[in-house]
Design a protein around this ligand. Sequence first.
Ligand code: SF4
Ligand code: SF4
Length: 114
Amino acid sequence: MFSLGDATLLVFESFKCFTYVKILIDLWVVVMVEIKKENFLVIGKTENVEIDVDTFLCKGCGICVELCPRKVFEWSKELSERGVHYPVPAHADKCVRCKLCELLCPDFAMAVRW
Ligand code: SF4
Ligand code: SF4
């Protein structure tokens, strides 16, 4: 017969199991973020602003390159893992932090912070 003690034990064990899985997922996310930083981020940085381009997400559509009012971006010479040229924030010092590139990027590949 299934007693209250068994039920409590079952809940406790399930909770422990859930906690272990959660810890594993958190560790996995941390590792993936570090790998991503190393391999897929192009960073333009000045005292005032940091512009990150995620080359894994970028599809090379050129919206940011064309619409940046300060012409901050240049095209990469090499291809990304996706086989496209991607924007490089070569003139990050000209950025006026309008965030237009971040807002207009259809693939969420751009991040502007300060
Ligand atoms: S925040 Fe504005 S000025 Fe800066 S890179 Fe993006 S579009 Fe250009
Ligand atoms: S708008 Fe986004 S997807 Fe298009 S080139 Fe720029 S970063 Fe890449």
